[in-house]
Design a protein around this ligand. Structure first.
Ligand SMILES: NC(=O)c1ccc[n+]([C@@H]2O[C@H](COP(=O)([O-])OP(=O)(O)OC[C@H]3O[C@@H](n4cnc5c(N)ncnc54)[C@H](OP(=O)(O)O)[C@@H]3O)[C@@H](O)[C@H]2O)c1
Length: 239
């Protein structure tokens, strides 16, 4: 990287977010480790320092709270004197059941609303807060951690709240991309595949570094890279 870039990764105290933060920091970026719980963030940061000598300050960000989202962006930009990269990674899958089934017919509206608030509205507010700063500095990369479960082209049954949250996140990506046009900010959605995290479970096909790879690629796109796309394995996929 010719210039030291500054990034905020949400939900970075574990799972894919932690790995994205680690890889961006390894590549020389200044990275704020976003966590909704300060102590969990500090524990993850301490482990990164101990194991790799990487120093990542913790920024508290709860995506269910718009003020927390706005403050996290402002605090990151103040701390690093810029905010070049936003990785909207934090997410919940609230429809997990012991049987592995959760029908759209009887899911509660509260569950769906909580999912949308965390997975979609929070990323939208974070993006709204980041864009003016990125426009001002003439550079921005925004990565929205979506899912194949939000892919309309391959929509199946079950888990309607989670599916809606990720399909809506994709709609958000396209809307912002259309408004931002050919400008200096690139915003893209991605699917990490089925990844062995707390959310994905032990049977998932992919390792965490495999799941993080496309996010890191999108976070470091060159100026002639894509915007407004949906990717898996660095390759465009259907919406
Ligand atoms: N794993 C998969 O197979 C898979 C597949 C497709 C897409 N994804 C997406 O990838 C992203 C990361 O998932 P993961 O597998 O790494 O899951 P994970 O291990 O469950 O980690 C989720 C992260 O999000 C954070 N989080 C949850 N609610 C939050 C909130 N309100 N505000 C801020 N942070 C919050 C969690 O913090 P706490 O530790 O405080 O709970 C945690 O850091 C998610 O958006 C998920 O939907 C995952």
């Amino acid at each position: 990287m010719s210039q030291t870039r500054a990034a905020l990764v949400t939900g970075a105290n574990r799972g894919i977010g932690l790995e994205v933060a680690r890889q961006l920091a390894r590549a020389g970026m200044l990275v704020a480790l976003g966590a909704r719980d300060q102590s969990k963030g500090e524990a993850a940061a301490a482990e990164l320092l101990r194991s790799e000598g990487l120093e990542l300050p913790v920024i508290v960000v709860d995506t269910t709270d718009p003020e927390s989202c706005r403050k996290a962006v402002a605090d990151t930009a103040a701390m690093f004197s810029s905010l070049d990269v936003l990785v909207n990674n934090a997410g919940v899958f609230l429809e997990k059941t012991p049987t592995g089934e959760s029908s759209a017919i009887d899911v509660s509206p509260e569950t769906v609303e909580a999912t949308l608030t965390t997975n979609t509205i929070g990323p939208m507010v974070l993006t709204q807060a980041a864009i003016p700063l990125m426009l001002q500095q003439g550079y921005g990369r925004i990565v929205n951690m979506s899912s194949g479960m939000g892919q309309l082209a391959d929509m199946g049954g079950q888990f309607v709240g989670y599916r809606m949250s990720k399909a809506a996140l994709n709609a958000m990506t396209r809307t912002f991309a259309a408004e931002l046009g050919e400008g200096p900010i690139k915003i893209n959605s991605m699917c990490p595949g089925w990844v062995r995290t707390d959310m994905g479970g032990d049977d998932a096909a992919r390792s965490i570094p495999e799941g993080a790879d496309t996010a890191v690629w999108l976070a470091t796109l060159p100026d002639d890279g894509p915007s407004g796309g949906f990717f898996r394995d660095r390759t465009p996929i259907d919406w």
